[in-house]
Design a protein around this ligand. Structure first.
Ligand code: NAD
Length: 339
């Protein structure tokens, strides 16, 4: 699809955004991307060094909660689309500081979609001429569905049952976006993805923590008994799904993205230690550094995605399984931590 659009990406300096921006610029050379990111502790401009000089790319430091700024940007750049990643994203932080999650994830999303509506539409179900194809793509998580038992999968029509302040704030933002489709006829699409891993993820998250603590000779902390299960997806596979849903997804629809790669935390830590034992052998196996720590309050037991809809309707498929993706990931972090 060659469109020559200008797209606002939010949160492009974070983990998934900074994988998405270079992927998108390479695959859509006719599009201009403006990346709005507040550079919170989670944003890292060095993650975007590879495209910093790309003529189709502009970075702006700013807060999605600052409505005046968003209005100014829409007036200046006349965005044809929004791909909205920016969020507070770490469940542990949402337990200690839920207010930041309510502000950014709910108010920030509302600001963006509401300003987009006023710039693109003249009345409910009436797009301004030439703006009919302008789209708002909201990036969300499978955590909005709550927790699963031993069996079952999250489908697009699974009832929402968020359990943490993080997932509750994401669920609220999904509903805001949904309401703009039903009430105003806005062209929106939402993708709900499972746990991502890969290069450029913040140090605080599980997989970078395991790798870093292992090679630093520190104890590797695993919550509870390590039996919690997540459906792990390599970040570039997520980026490919977002690209497809943004370009080809049906307005008003949601698409679940997940790799059919359910693994529990014990498996993850064991697999990473085995690969590190091979790539960077130490005197003892890294597995001896594994320790179990008090569980996270309200820790969901299992998440798993049924990705049939995006596979069948948009032709998406994951290229990596956990075992291939984790090797690439470990190699990337070994370079980073050995610098
Ligand atoms: P991240 O925490 O790594 O990055 C978030 C980015 O948003 C950072 O660059 C940060 O500076 C920016 N940001 C935060 N608040 C902002 C604000 N008020 N204004 C402007 N920028 C702000 O997050 P991530 O892991 O890359 O996640 C991106 C999106 O994907 C989020 O919406 C998240 O809910 C969703 N998601 C993440 C995962 C995952 O496994 N990481 C899975 C499914 C969905």
């Amino acid at each position: 699809m060659v469109r020559g659009e200008t797209i606002l990406v939010t949160g492009g300096a974070g983990f998934i955004g900074s994988n998405f921006v270079p992927y998108f610029l390479e695959n859509s050379p006719n599009e201009q991307l403006v990346n709005l990111d507040n550079l919170t502790y989670a944003g890292e401009l060095s993650n975007l060094e590879e495209i910093a000089d790309n003529p189709n790319y502009t970075f702006i430091k700013g807060d999605i909660c600052d409505r005046k700024l968003i209005e100014k940007l829409f007036e200046k750049y006349h965005f044809d689309g929004v791909i909205h990643f920016a969020a507070e994203s770490h469940v542990d932080n949402s337990i200690t500081n839920p207010g930041a999650f309510i502000n950014t994830n709910i108010t920030g999303t509302f600001n963006l979609i509401d300003v987009a509506k006023t710039h693109w539409m003249s009345a409910p179900f009436q797009y301004i001429k030439g703006k009919e194809n302008n789209r708002f793509h909201h990036i969300s998580t499978d955590e909005v569905y709550g927790t699963l038992g031993e069996t079952g999968l999250f489908k697009e029509d699974t009832h929402y049952a968020p359990n943490s302040p993080y997932s509750a704030s994401k669920a609220a933002s999904d509903f805001v976006v949904r309401s703009y489709y039903h009430t105003y006829g806005m062209n929106v699409v939402t993708t709900n993805c499972s746990n991502n891993y890969g290069p450029k993820q913040h140090n605080e998250k599980l997989i970078p923590t395991i790798i870093r603590k292992a090679i630093n000779g520190e104890q590797i902390p695993i919550y509870g008994d390590g039996n919690n299960i997540r459906d792990w997806l390599y970040v570039l596979d997520h980026c490919k799904g977002i690209d497809l849903a943004y370009k080809l997804g049906k307005s008003g629809e949601t698409y679940n993205i997940g790799g059919r790669n359910e693994r529990n935390n014990l498996y993850i830590v064991d697999a990473i230690c085995s690969i590190l034992d091979e790539l960077k052998p130490s005197k003892k196996s890294y597995k001896e550094q594994i320790t179990f720590v008090k569980d996270r309050p309200g820790h969901d037991f299992r998440y798993a995605i049924d990705a049939t809809k995006i596979e069948k309707e948009l032709g998406w498929k994951a290229d990596e399984n956990f075992e291939s993706g984790i090797r690439k990931t470990i190699n990337w972090y070994l370079k980073k931590y050995n610098k």
